[in-house]
Design a protein around this ligand. Structure first.
Ligand SMILES: C[S@@+](CC[C@H](N)C(=O)[O-])C[C@H]1O[C@@H](n2cnc3c(N)ncnc32)[C@H](O)[C@@H]1O
Length: 324
């Protein structure tokens, strides 16, 4: 496993020279936005496993960092919201991927009269040592790269994202996760790892890694089936291993004294006789109105054992609002 970062570079060099439609991507529909025309080659080089582009993160033309650029599809989508010179910085370590992406952006310029290549500043560099100034970025994103990293490298990559973000800046991630035991033989298979198939870790570990570098708020925005590693196709697997993909936003909010606020899509509903329920910890539940709550608040409300408060399971589909 000592060379897995080099193996990864080789895999994506190949994927840049010969676009591979089945590599990584899911069948998640690509954003359709008025006036945005996506070059076919960018769709063919969609090597992500979800989306990191969410209009609600992108008001007021923010400065954006995108690590692991692929064919440039998400760079173009981010530029749609920040139409100014160098508003979007793209980082990649593979020369061939940078060249392919730059060519694709020329196609994008021809297809989109609002878009100029200069909106995107592509830099060669590693996710583990970003060539980007500290505290300079509003929204940082990566799609289907960090899952490849081993624990120490993932920690370093997250620390780098935290460093470059402004206070309250957002890190948006899309990655495979796996809540089953991944056999060591698969974990240590450098090529499978580079293909985003065997580096996936359990969702709770993924969240812990994110909060361990200081992010005070985490939102799980989506979770969906991604791949099955069956013993038929992957001899290192003893049973079918289910891999899912997640879309997560981590916010560089100060860490609350009682630990991070992690929203996994839980809601609380008070259905007692009073107009509202006030837990005196800053949470007011209006009668029969759902309130989105973080897992910490869900735990605290549950501990009250109030039979007039319903607390839902995690939907893994959090789209804003609520407590904290
Ligand atoms: C799975 S692809 C994802 C591409 C793109 N994010 C997408 O959604 O289509 C991984 C990308 O990360 C780049 N990459 C691999 N190792 C890297 C590293 N250590 N630092 C920065 N980029 C890296 C690859 O060249 C490739 O563009």
């Amino acid at each position: 496993m000592s060379n897995y970062l080099d193996t990864t570079i080789d895999v994506y060099k190949e994927a840049a020279l010969r676009p591979d439609v089945g590599l990584c991507c899911t069948t998640t529909p690509v954003w359709q936005l008025p006036g945005l025309s996506m070059p076919k080659i960018m769709l063919e080089m969609n090597y992500g496993c979800g989306s990191t582009v969410a209009p609600r993160d992108l008001v007021n033309a923010p400065s954006i960092l995108y690590v692991g650029i692929g064919g440039g599809m998400e760079l173009l989508q981010f530029s749609y919201f920040s139409r100014r010179k160098s508003a979007v910085i793209g980082i990649d370590i593979v020369d061939e991927m940078i060249t392919a992406c730059q060519n694709n952006l020329i196609d994008a310029e021809q297809q989109n009269d609002w878009f100029k290549k200069e909106f995107i500043d592509i830099r060669k560099g590693s996710a583990l040592s970003l060539p980007v100034e500290s505290n300079s970025i509003d929204v940082a994103a990566q799609n289907c790269l960090f899952n490849i990293f081993t624990a120490d490298d993932l920690h370093q990559a997250l620390k780098e994202m935290y460093r470059v973000l402004k206070p309250h800046g957002r890190l948006v991630l899309s990655d495979p996760i796996c809540d089953m035991d991944m056999p060591e033989a698969l974990k240590n298979d450098e090529r499978l790892r580079a293909l985003c198939l065997s580096g996936a870790i359990p969702l709770n570990d993924y969240i812990d890694m994110i909060t361990s570098v200081g992010f005070g708020t985490v939102e799980i925005r989506a979770k969906r089936p991604y791949r099955i590693l069956s013993p038929k196709h992957y001899p290192g697997a003893q049973e079918n291993i289910i891999i899912e993909s997640v879309e997560v936003c981590a916010i560089k909010d100060p860490m609350p004294q009682d630990g991070p606020c992690v929203f996994t899509g839980k809601s609380a509903i008070y259905f007692g006789e009073d107009e509202l329920f006030d837990d005196r910890q800053g949470h007011t539940l209006l009668q029969n109105q759902p309130l989105a709550i973080c897992d910490k608040t869900a735990h605290n409300l549950k501990a009250l054992q109030n039979e007039n408060i319903y607390i839902s399971e995690s939907s893994f589909f959090y789209d804003g609002g609520g407590c904290c």
